[in-house]
Design a protein around this ligand. Structure first.
Ligand SMILES: [Zn+2]
Length: 88
């Protein structure tokens, strides 16, 4: 006697979907959904900017060419960078 519940269909995974990144907030007060990257093949430094254009930083790209890995480095720099103080 089998009284098994109908197996739910497995949710299809989307292997192409990049993992959702969550960034630390920008000093402008927003949490950027994505960073604007400026990378140049001749330059081992790249720049990561908040889409607001208010704040950005440089990060060491090194010889990395994979966009996802470059983004990893940018995010690491972004998340760990000291935010400018609001005192002025
Ligand atoms: Zn911003």
């Amino acid at each position: 006697m089998s009284d098994q519940p109908t197996a739910a269909p497995a949710a299809p995974e989307a292997p192409e979907a990049p993992p959702k990144r969550v960034y630390q907030p920008c000093p402008c007060g927003k949490v950027p959904e994505q960073l604007m990257l400026e990378v140049n093949e001749q330059n081992k430094l790249g720049r990561a900017l908040c889409p607001c254009g208010v704040w950005g930083l440089e990060f060491l790209r090194g010889f990395e060419k994979d966009p996802e890995k470059i983004l990893d480095k940018a995010q690491q720099a972004w998340d760990s960078a000291p935010r400018p103080s609001e005192d002025s």
